[in-house]
Design a protein around this ligand. Structure first.
Ligand SMILES: Cc1cc2nc3c(=O)[nH]c(=O)nc-3n(C[C@H](O)[C@H](O)[C@H](O)COP(=O)(O)OP(=O)(O)OC[C@H]3O[C@@H](n4cnc5c(N)ncnc54)[C@H](O)[C@@H]3O)c2cc1C
Length: 455
């Protein structure tokens, strides 16, 4: 990028860096796909964003918006260089409307920080990606993030009431509503949610809030047989029970976490479920008893309800340690977040077991089973080209199987770069064409997060 343009950007948006060591920090996300930007801007207001957009539009410079860079798809990687626009300095809570039950926030606020503030008012914002201690609301909105509580409360998309969006012609648009419902015009808010920073830059977000449940009951249940663990997910929901969390941990994940944590986990088990209910204490407890009865009927070896918060946190520690513990199997993990109808999780698992046997590569499965959203991890070694090629072919198979089971390629992480080659298989040619036309209407010069989503 020419020095004169850098000078223009510096004047428009005072906070910026061109230092190579700092640029490196903004060159990758959780995928480790890497591309250096030319500079990183840290805007403090919508006006600064607009000023920077106008300069980039004039010079045809790519802009990649970025939250915390925890994404699993490469969506925040500046794959064509140019400007990274990071929202760490736009991280304020602007308003909490206690009566209308919404919050207005800047995109850079971290999910858990918002949660802490809302709790002081007896409120909560339910979408809880496992990355909630580091990922930003802006990133959550732009990926359509989900989390363990989605089985009861839904995902980010269900909570965004409105946005302030900066478009690539420099215009600023307020979308959405401030009341409980609305039906006027196209729903631009929902179009922008999950658009992975390719249609507009978001500078303010209005989020619907819910009453903070008075109690959360947490339990861990262990099954000898993997099929029984998976069936329990379907049966709990078929019994019309409403868990807040229904997370599955497979046999290999249990073994890896035990090697990592030495927590005394049952390494001979076929699978485990982490279950939560919430609400007033007595009803939440009764709901958990009913879930226990379903699990015991299916042959659960044990069902342990946490006695206190410390024990509940120890169950969560197991769940949260899975990702980091898997490198015991192979150094490289290809992490997919496929989703299938809940009653087909069993079929998915059977076919993945068969795939793992056929390829000889470990496939570890865990995640938000209550939504049918399973994190399928194909384990390999990227330094061994032959094995890595086999792993990529295995991922193709995983995605093919998912679509055969009426599933979707991503339940929450989005497309970014990593799922790009596959989207036509799910969406079809016409849908991709219409989507590309939308992108063109919003960003005719293709400067906003170019090279993402569409092949
Ligand atoms: C350990 C771990 C656990 C995870 N668990 C979950 C999980 O349970 N559920 C889940 O859904 N995801 C999960 N993720 C993935 C990731 O945390 C989410 O995708 C998250 O929403 C990304 O937020 P971020 O702030 O890091 O955004 P980034 O990764 O920085 O960006 C994500 C996308 O948002 C765009 N963007 C960011 N800010 C703006 C803005 N202001 N305007 C326009 N576009 C913008 C970026 O361009 C990019 O396309 C996990 C990741 C890790 C590392």
């Amino acid at each position: 990028m020419e020095q004169s343009v850098i000078n223009e950007l510096r004047a428009a948006c005072g906070d910026m860096t061109t230092e190579q060591e700092e640029l490196l920090l903004y060159s990758f996300d959780a995928t480790k796909i890497k591309q250096m930007p030319d500079c990183v801007l840290f805007p403090r207001s919508t006006a600064e964003v607009v000023a920077a957009v106008n300069i980039c539009a004039r010079h045809g410079i790519p802009i990649t918006p970025r939250g915390a860079g925890t994404g699993y798809t490469g969506a925040a990687v500046p794959i064509q260089g140019g400007v990274v626009m990071n929202f760490v300095k736009m991280n304020r809570i602007l308003k909490i409307d206690l009566d209308a039950m919404y919050a207005e926030v800047e995109p850079g606020i971290v999910n858990a920080e918002l949660g802490r503030e809302l709790a002081k008012h007896g409120l909560f914002y339910p979408p809880d990606p496992a990355s909630l201690k580091s990922s930003t609301i802006g990133g959550n909105v732009m990926t359509g993030a989900g989390g363990p509580a989605a089985v009861k409360y839904g995902v980010t998309r269900d909570y965004v009431m409105g946005l302030t969006a900066v478009f690539m012609d420099g215009s600023v648009v307020e979308t959405g509503i401030k009341c409980a419902k609305g039906a006027v015009g196209y729903d631009l808010t929902r179009l922008l949610v999950g658009s992975e920073g390719t249609l507009a830059i978001v500078t303010k977000i209005r989020l619907k809030l819910a009453p903070l449940p008075k109690a959360v009951v947490t339990a861990m249940t262990v099954f000898d047989d993997r099929r029984a663990a998976v069936n329990a997910v379907t049966e709990i929901l078929r019994a019309r029970l409403a868990p807040r969390t229904l997370e599955y941990i497979d046999r290999t994940a249990i073994r890896c976490v035990e090697e990592y944590l030495h927590a005394g986990l049952p390494v001979d088990a076929g699978g485990m479920l982490l279950v939560e209910t919430d609400g007033d204490f007595d009803p939440a407890m009764r709901e958990m008893e009913a879930i226990k009865a379903v699990c015991e009927k299916l042959g659960a070896r044990s069902f342990t309800v946490a006695r206190d918060n410390a024990e509940a946190q120890s169950f969560w520690k197991v769940r949260r340690s899975i990702s980091v513990s898997l490198n015991r199997l192979r150094p490289t993990k290809i992490n997919e977040d496929v989703t299938v109808p809940r009653n087909r999780i069993g079929e998915l698992m059977d076919r993945l077991d068969e795939l793992s046997r056929r390829t000889g590569l470990p496939i570890v499965n865990f995640g938000h089973a209550g939504d049918g959203n399973i994190h399928v991890n194909v384990m390999t070694d990227a330094s061994n080209q032959k094995e890595y090629d086999l792993a990529l072919k295995t991922v193709d198979e995983v995605l093919r199987i998912t679509l055969e089971l009426d599933g979707t390629l991503s339940g929450e992480h989005g497309v970014g770069l990593v799922k790009m080659p596959y989207i036509e298989k799910e969406l079809g040619k016409s849908c991709v064409e219409i989507s590309k036309r939308l992108k063109k209407a919003f960003d005719p010069a293709n400067i906003l997060n170019p090279g993402k989503i569409f092949p």
